[in-house]
Design a protein around this ligand. Structure first.
Ligand SMILES: C[S@@+](CC[C@H](N)C(=O)[O-])C[C@H]1O[C@@H](n2cnc3c(N)ncnc32)[C@H](O)[C@@H]1O
Length: 286
């Protein structure tokens, strides 16, 4: 399976924007007694978002191939609990729990360090599968396999799926070219498998239809502003996620890329750039 590495710093920076963007319809479909498998969990941002939004669950297994991110899941969750009326308790190296005295609830967490290509045997042990900001990295083979193997009466929550659309309040003549090149770059072959990029959304729609699964798609786009130090910092970091891979790509016109990037940075500096990063939340009932 294609391996992609993300830093805890980047995941922490994006977490407040993710919190604002995910669609809350999921609340109706997750039950207090549910066990959730969070595939490509990173530091566990999805679990914290559920707790923040009173989406109750019994346990969440955080699965990632990057042990450093999993190690940070308890640390980040402890910080999160400190700002709420929640109590975190370490159970073992791989397990912790969060107590919510207001709702009289306990959320169990466990981490598992594994490549997502090796999750197929686990999938049917859970009521809910979650994949957050992940499906653009997946291949046709992985998605087809998942849809073939999953039993009925499960929920698949694919939140923050990048849909290939990035737009700005201030237009630049190179926007279209840059977004196109970025989408092509995202679909490149790494580790022998083609990541689908934004086309993963269409693939998931087709597979759901084929299997007669109920699917609903919601907007969960990021709205990035330039009106505070925090917003500017994240906005720049986000634009770098487009700029840096294109800078390494020798098919891309470097002069255009530099002009495009410096004009965006100027607009952030003068507090005026707004960027919409297209995301969708996909909820599937099998
Ligand atoms: C964009 S991050 C999203 C993290 C998290 N789901 C969230 O919403 O904050 C993608 C995650 O997928 C994980 N990942 C990428 N390729 C993987 C693979 N082949 N096996 C397991 N995890 C993988 C990365 O380590 C990273 O944590």
């Amino acid at each position: 399976m294609k391996k992609e590495y993300f830093t805890s710093t980047w995941l922490a920076l994006r977490e407040p924007y993710d919190f604002l963007s995910r669609n809350k319809n999921l609340k109706k479909l997750i039950r207090k007694s549910d066990c959730i498998l969070d595939i490509g969990s990173g530091t566990g941002g999805f679990g914290r978002w559920c707790i923040e939004n009173d989406i109750f669950f019994k346990t969440m297994m955080l699965l990632d191939h990057d042990q450093r991110l999993l190690n940070n899941s308890r640390i980040y969750t402890a910080k999160f609990c400190k700002s709420k009326k929640l109590v975190i308790e370490r159970i073992s190296k791989r397990k912790f729990k969060v107590e919510d005295p207001v709702h009289n609830l306990t959320y169990g967490f466990e981490t598992i360090n594994r490549d997502l290509g090796l999750t197929i045997d686990l999938i049917n042990n859970f009521d809910v599968l979650s994949m957050s900001a992940l499906i653009d990295l997946l291949s046709i083979k992985y998605l087809s396999n998942l849809f073939n193997i999953i039993n009925g009466n499960k929920v698949i929550a694919m939140t923050l799926c990048f849909n290939g659309k990035v737009s700005w309040n201030h237009k630049n003549i190179h926007d279209k070219y840059i977004v196109n090149e970025f989408n092509k770059d995202q679909q490149s072959i790494k580790e022998g498998e083609l990541a689908l990029g934004y086309k993963s959304i269409e693939k998931v729609k087709q597979l759901s239809k084929k299997k007669n699964f109920k699917i609903s798609i919601h907007d969960s786009s990021w709205k990035l502003l330039s009106n505070s130090h925090e917003n500017k910092k994240f906005h720049m970091k986000y634009l770098e996620t487009i700029y840096k891979p294109l800078k390494r790509n020798d098919q891309v016109d470097n002069e255009m890329l530099e002009k495009w990037f410096s004009s965006k940075i100027k607009l952030i500096d003068n507090n005026s750039l707004e960027t919409t990063v297209g995301h969708n939340d996909i909820i599937i009932q099998t």
